[in-house]
Design a binder for this molecule. Structure first.
Ligand SMILES: NC(=O)c1ccc[n+]([C@@H]2O[C@H](COP(=O)([O-])OP(=O)(O)OC[C@H]3O[C@@H](n4cnc5c(N)ncnc54)[C@H](O)[C@@H]3O)[C@@H](O)[C@H]2O)c1
Ligand SMILES: [Fe+2]
Length: 410
């Protein structure tokens, strides 16, 4: 039976991509007023590129206050300080420049300054009551897509987990993706953020359709999305070729440009669509091991796809992914298998660990990880195969051993 076409886009009103696009910032910020709060990733402080960006904004007659106490993993408590600073300064607009953590910090601060705390009041989906101070987002990593997504991820000490705040009101007002900011980044950061972009693209392309009710408030993740499908294969193809190059060479302008563009496509694709099981399983694994988000989602993805195989629909999608990752096989079933083998080779080529065992996870921990992942119902709902406990345990066991099947080697 053919699926009906459904699609949703939720985007910043302006999205600019390209080397030099940061020159647009003064004009974009001025659309919202004169008082700019710049939430800046600490790694950028005292860099020439940030100095020039801030000087350009001031030269346009805007006032800028810089806040850079962005703590990695975004402990919810640390964001209160940013909110106090913001309340005292009363910005017209927030400029966020940094990795996903800095952009998510800006989303949380904008939310707190506009609607008040505690942040926990907004955990989950559609709990934000209305628009917040507008954000102009400038990523310095190529991976999260946070510059265009409706999501902020923070750490909550009480929940011992990363928690998401998802609302269309969190989509920034503008996104400026200038690959210049990603040049010179350490190889590990390029690898872990870039592979997460690939997971966003693959998971949005393989997301199951949801039974949407158009006469009521839509879920933030709307499931299979005709718009995302158009973008995803292009982005996957780019990353398959260019991610290893950008990891190997921090100054390769073309590679960093392609990877940054693919990451942006990933954000546009997964923001209104959602991701699925690699993300659901990574949250508890990240909490247990402290490993970077992308390392976990990237490692898990081939095992998730292999575990979900069985439906004609997923086979067709995997065959298309196999083709853009270079499989020339004539049989669609072989192209589908090749897609998974190509993802494993890609992981190896960028230095990802080959198994959960290498991350220090024990076999005894796997059932608890499966149970925690099952609680992420927003993510399990879009799984391409019903997300049963057995399915998740099978995926985890294979990822733990670093083997795609009980007997075959990865
Ligand atoms: N909001 C979303 O839609 C979304 C999507 C995926 C992931 N996330 C979240 O984003 C976070 C990860 O973001 P990330 O991967 O961008 O990393 P990050 O923002 O956590 O940054 C990691 C480290 O790299 C540094 N850094 C950033 N850019 C750099 C550069 N160009 N050169 C040198 N150092 C640099 C930072 O200062 C930090 O120390 C996680 O918390 C994850 O859960 C959010
Ligand atoms: Fe992700």
């Amino acid at each position: 039976m053919t699926q009906p076409i459904t699609g949703t886009l939720r985007l910043p009103a302006r999205v600019h991509f390209g080397y030099g696009s940061r020159e647009q910032l003064p004009e974009l910020l001025a659309l919202h007023g004169v008082r700019v709060l710049a939430i800046v990733d600490p790694f950028l402080l005292k860099t020439a590129i940030l100095d020039r960006v801030l000087a350009g904004i001031e030269a346009a007659g805007l006032l800028v206050e810089v806040f850079s106490d962005v703590e990695p993993e975004l402990p919810a408590a640390s964001l209160a300080a940013g909110a106090r600073r913001a309340r005292a300064y009363a910005p017209d607009v927030i400029l966020a420049v940094g990795g996903g953590s800095a952009i998510d910090a800006a989303k949380a601060v904008a939310l707190l300054v506009t609607h008040g705390g505690p942040l926990s009041a907004y955990y989950g989906e559609n709990a934000v009551p209305g628009p917040s101070v507008p954000i102009v987002a400038v990523p310095t990593t190529a991976g999260t897509g946070s510059e265009v997504t409706p999501v902020a991820v923070v750490s909550d000490a009480e929940h011992h987990l990363k928690v998401g705040i998802s609302s269309p009101y969190l989509v920034p007002a503008a996104a400026v993706v200038d690959p210049e900011f990603t040049l010179g980044a350490p190889a590990g950061l390029t690898a872990h953020s870039g592979i997460d972009a690939l997971v966003h693209l693959v998971e949005s392309y393989t997301a199951a359709p949801l039974d949407l009710r158009w006469d009521s408030t839509l879920p933030v993740s709307t499931g299979r999305n005709a718009f995302a499908e158009i973008l995803a294969l292009q982005g996957i193809q780019k990353l398959g070729w260019w991610l290893p190059v950008s990891v190997a060479d921090a100054s390769h302008r073309r590679a960093h440009e392609e990877v940054a563009f693919a990451s942006l496509l990933g954000g546009i694709a997964f923001g209104p669509t959602g991701t699925h099981l690699s993300h659901a399983l990574q949250y508890p694994i990240g909490a247990l091991t402290g490993s970077p988000h992308g390392l976990g989602t990237g490692l898990l993805l081939p095992y998730v796809l292999e575990g979900c195989r069985g439906s004609a629909d997923l086979e067709e999608r995997l065959a298309a992914i196999g083709a853009v990752l270079g499989s020339g096989a004539t049989s669609p079933a072989t192209r589908a298998s090749d897609s998974i083998a190509a993802l494993i080779r890609l992981n190896r080529s960028i230095g990802l660990p080959a198994s959960l065992a290498e991350l220090g996870i024990t076999e005894e921990q796997l059932p608890a990880i499966a149970d925690l992942a099952l609680r992420s119902t927003r993510l399990t709902a879009t799984s391409p195969a019903p997300a049963t406990r057995d399915l998740l345990l099978g995926i985890l066991r294979r990822a733990h051993a670093g083997r795609l099947s009980e007997r075959g080697a990865a």
